[in-house]
Write a protein that binds this ligand. Sequence first.
Ligand SMILES: [Zn+2]
Length: 508
Amino acid sequence: MFSESGEPIHLRNMELEYEDHIINIKYNLLLDHIKLDAYVRACDEALLGRDGYRRLAAVEARLTREYQVAQRRIEITKLINEQIPIGTINLNKEVNQLDDDDEHQSNPDGIMVDEQEIGNGVYRSIRNLLQIFIPIWNESNPPILQPGDTINLKLGGDGKEKYETLAKVGNLFKYQLQDLQENGISVDGVHWPIELYFSGDWKFMYNIMGLNAPNARYFCLYCDCEASNRWNVDLCCPINKNTKCQKKPPLFPAIKQENYIPDELHLLLRISDVLMECFFNDLFKKREFEREIKNQIEQTMKSIKVHFEFFKSRSNSGKWDWTSLMGPDKKKVLQHFPIVNFISGKRGEEIQKLWRDFYDLYLVLRSPNLTYSEIDNFENKAKQWIKLFCRPSQGQMNSASQIPGLYRKEDVTPYMHVFSQHIPEFLRNLKEKNMGLRVFSTSSIEKKNHNQVRLFFCGTTMGGGTRGKPVVYDIMEFENRQLYYLINNTPQEILMRHIDAGDKENKD
Ligand SMILES: [Zn+2]
């Protein structure tokens, strides 16, 4: 038998049934690799472990045997790990034990690999990954990268790691990053220049940059502004180095100062935290808070579909605490929460305006194609916003016509300073390179973290085992296999047509 295009049609198998037996006669014993790879991919992506698969194969005789799938999974892992080796690093060791220049230079990648080390961290070479990705990006339709383009590489991270721990990671990648930034990369005879960027939340960034914590006198990541001047938006603060507090060397010296990009997600999260805290602090002072207002706020939140509760803080005895909201809920609250129902008069109106205006400004800074005049407009409005936030008292002191100020100048936070003083310049700089702020959001890292945690708890060690390696090693092997599926176009589904011979209507 042949198909219309002349390809031979094979008989694969035949199934016979009698009493409670099923006999499956196979005609083509050669295993189809593409199909086997599809099995491995399906098990990986559905987080189906060995036992689960064995149970399934026990009731469905046509499924490929479990040991064959497990075997192929090991082969795939080995194949892809040869292309993208996974290194381990011990983050608990003293930093100076890794700081050995001779060893770095003896390795062409500039990465120190110690095979003997059983570490608690894992890494892959950026150069190896680029060698895999560049052809994929170049050949995609439409191409993501074309010869002549500069590759903009965003490094990032979050977490509570100390400077000393992060320094080990910085050290590991020091020479490779420097080389990539200075010389770019050549793949298949095409040269690609590379520009490095960094984005993360404030805590992560100040450690990477070697600067002070946000509560320091010279707090800013981008200028020499003093903490006591954070409220003053009339000061001119171009993006520059913080020269007043440089205490430790930056951890990725290859990254240019202007390429440390503030993270829009944390701007949203932390500034809305301040707005909510200031608002609640007004209400806590009222006598009827516990009896009435608390419940009214919770109900109002419910009406805008946000789950929210007040509770007594355990650490801070007697003080009120509240549900910490994620980004999407914070956006709803900024847009819809009716402040004027809780604070009357001009104060309520002004606070509500602060919430709504902040949300609108946030949407502007995230938009992909801003014009220069839209950025100028943003800058103007962001400065007006800070001025309103810490508006001083108006009118004559202690007179009936006096309007009290809104919030204190000290309430203006480092994130608000960056929002009004530095974001406009970042928007202009990025626009020149055809980029927007949103591509630097750490929300992609948070998503990656979420996926890795999910993998970790589902324990996907089908056919594997940790072999004395850290769990993150398994996670990275999983990610490597994802790259294998991408390079080899491993199918996520294989079409099979069922023909029911008993169905007289079916003419096929
Ligand atoms: Zn600054």
